[in-house]
Ligand binder design. Structure first.
Ligand code: GLC
Ligand code: GLC
Length: 655
């Protein structure tokens, strides 16, 4: 493809632009459009070049960007320019995030707005408020079945409340992350309703089929996402007399991105929320954006092209805004969501580190880091200007998405090992205090995933029932230890609301018929503000957890080696109970940190004479950055207490 072709199309588009747009002062917009148009054109052409209306659709795409640029406030436009100058701003170690449900945390958006000092007390400066847009009552999938993409759900507030919240966050220098559910709509969305009534235009927004012929072909290779509650990937619609593709729940209709109008609508929605002050947009279920017969309909090349195209359009219109890819897929697939052919991320700057998350749960259950180490070593390097969202728990289940080859490599049988983990976390293993629930059990494939809050999964609930102080302490240590990893690993740590206080499973959802079948509600709690008060009371679990988390966050922010410039090295040590990695400063030889974690119930020893360790730490000058103390060293062996961690520095090298 020649650049001339794209240039001449751009010229034509600029001539045809609506006169209202032409009158505006759009200098920055045009500069960026010129710089990005070849990429935009190329991607748009691969996806839609065959269509007769290709040029018309390209014009609509540019008009959509221009209109949203005109709507963007001067304040946000200036922020865009600042962020362009400091384009690695989000790789800095100062960012620490938390994900939360607005209603669960503070009843509604106004309530949340009054609680912002809580985040600042802990050190959180990025919040992901779980989806807040209008959903039908009951059939909401926790906010992921949107019936109006431009309206805040009246149960939690109004668009104005959100604007107020966004302003308060800006004043406090807290980043706002909002969801855009790009893959599907609720069956009550206006587009779906109009499709049902027979409007051809909107029928073309979805995958609709008159008979089972095509759906059956798709089903041959498509897995089921919710096998127990929403088996299959298609739902019969009586009114239209058609089968609708519904990969998730039967009331979530998959959008058809082979229609450019769908892409343009979604771009418009993403830009709209960017203009309402979102700093980061979480793009939900991005692996599913392209459907092809004969494939799993996940991670298709076109799904990546769509994301690249959306990113290019964002670069032109609202360049300060970042994308998070929610792609909970195989380790080798996840990194592709940063963009494959580029050096710098050209797709989503941030991606959920589902690999690390699942591997951490493996290490807790096995009390060793064999699979954790192996799995991370096989994870492809990520691009520059791309970063992980490191998390332990979120609103979804834990999928055991490790690579089978890695499980084999450490000497386990993949089927047996996964079965062990499910049993371990769901109460079917005698030597485990974990109290989780199975989710998405599939009798055909034998697969299952796990629900449960962090505290209950590491045994706090069982320990409290047993009133055994040692077991309680073990659970508390686990919560701190897992946080110590996401806070030091490299990337943005994303805490989950309540975990900083040891929130247990919340089973009240069982009383709600719309939720009872979905165990993920176990860990979408109502935040207990009375218990939260106990963080000020000495000796309580809440105080131990909150203070430890707060301390780690504060220390993290002071350590430049914790910024994410691919400056981490996993270190192999003989003792497999230990997980060891180093973080180094890119520009200097000083200031590095050695992170050492003990997953075992007994004290473990790190051999300081090990050449891999010796090259980093000088014996005799070791300090733990969190406590400020020098850990015990015995006969050249550093002692790491049970379920404990250190962030070690070599004082000699620093001074
Ligand atoms: C995402 C959400 C999940 C939801 C699914 C379908 O994966 O995280 O909660 O069920 O999308 O929208
Ligand atoms: C599957 C999907 C993921 C979704 C989850 C919901 O793991 O891949 O996108 O969040 O199911 O439970």
């Amino acid at each position: 493809m020649y650049e001339q072709v794209s240039h001449s199309l751009l010229n034509e588009i600029l001539i045809k632009l609506n006169p209202e747009i032409k009158q505006q002062e759009l200098r920055h917009f045009y500069t960026r459009l010129g710089a990005n148009f070849y990429a935009i054109y190329s991607l748009f052409h691969i996806l839609y070049g065959e269509r007769k209306d290709f040029e018309y659709q390209a014009l609509r795409l540019v008009e959509t960007m221009a209109r949203q640029y005109i709507d963007r406030s001067e304040f946000l436009k200036n922020k865009d320019i600042e962020r362009e100058k400091d384009h690695n701003w989000f790789l800095n170690q100062k960012w620490v995030g938390m994900a939360l449900y607005t209603d669960g945390f503070a009843s509604n958006i106004k309530g949340l707005n009054k609680k912002l000092s809580y985040f600042q007390e802990l050190g959180i400066n990025m919040i992901h408020i779980m989806p807040i847009l209008q959903c039908p009552d009951g059939k909401s999938d926790g906010g992921y079945a949107v019936s109006d993409f431009r309206k805040v759900d009246s149960r939690i507030g109004s668009n104005e409340d959100l604007r107020d919240l966004s302003e308060s966050l800006q004043k406090r220098d807290i980043l706002l992350t909002l969801d855009v559910v790009v893959n599907h709509t609720s069956d009550e969305h206006d587009w779906a309703q109009r499709a049902r009534k027979g409007e051809k235009k909107y029928q073309d927004y979805y995958y609709l089929f008159d008979s089972r012929e095509v759906p059956d072909m798709f089903e041959e290779s498509m897995p089921e996402i919710f096998p127990e509650t929403a088996p299959g990937n298609f739902t019969w619609n009586e009114e239209m007399q058609k089968w609708v593709m519904t990969v998730f729940n039967d009331y979530q209709w998959d959008l058809k991105y082979s229609n450019p109008s769908v892409l343009i609508e979604m771009l418009d929605i993403i830009l709209h929320w960017s203009n309402q002050g979102a700093d980061i947009i979480r793009l939900d279920a991005v692996a599913f954006l392209w459907k092809k017969i004969g494939s799993t309909c996940q991670n298709e090349r076109e799904a990546h092209l769509i994301l690249q195209l959306l990113k290019d359009c964002i670069q032109v219109t609202t360049p300060g805004v970042l994308f998070i890819a929610e792609a909970i897929v195989a380790p080798v697939e996840i990194t592709k969501y940063f963009g494959e052919d580029a050096i710098n991320a050209k797709e989503c700057e941030i991606a959920y580190n589902a690999t690390l998350m699942a591997l951490l749960w493996d290490a807790v259950a096995t009390k060793n880091s064999k699979l954790l180490y192996q799995g991370l070593r096989s994870l492809p390097d990520k691009l520059e200007r791309a970063t992980w969202l490191n998390y332990i728990r979120c609103h979804d289940d834990i999928g055991l998405g490790f690579d089978d080859a890695d499980i084999h490599a450490v000497g386990y049988n993949p089927v047996e090992h996964r079965k062990f983990l499910i049993n371990y976390y769901t109460g079917n293993f005698s030597d485990s205090d974990a109290r989780g629930f199975p989710f998405g059990e599939n009798s055909k494939t034998g697969d299952a995933r796990i629900s449960g809050s962090l505290a209950s999964l590491v045994g706090l609930e069982t320990a409290l029932d047993s009133e055994d102080p040692q077991r309680i302490d073990n659970a508390v240590q686990h919560i701190i230890l897992l946080h110590s990893i996401i806070l030091s690993f490299g990337g943005i740590p994303l805490l989950y609301y309540g975990d900083e206080l040891g929130q247990l499973n919340d089973c009240t959802f069982l009383d709600d018929e719309n939720k009872a079948h979905d165990t993920r509600w176990t860990h979408r709690p109502n935040f207990d503000w009375d218990k939260a008060e106990l963080r000020h009371q000495s000796g309580t679990i809440q105080q131990k957890l909150f203070n430890a988390t707060k301390q780690m966050i504060a220390v993290r922010k002071e350590i430049p080696a914790f910024a994410d410039f691919n400056n981490r090295e996993l270190i192999h040590v003989e003792n497999t109970h230990l997980f060891v990695f180093s973080r180094f400063n890119v520009l200097q030889t000083t200031g590095g940190v050695l992170v050492v974690v003990n997953f075992d119930a007994r004290p473990q020893y790190l051999d300081l004479e090990d050449p891999n360790i010796k090259s980093i730490l000088s014996y005799g000058y070791i300090k733990d950055l969190v406590s400020g103390d020098t850990p015990s060293i015995f006969n050249g062996q550093l002692v790491i207490p049970p379920y404990h961690f250190y962030w070690l520095t070599d004082q000699q090298r620093i001074s």
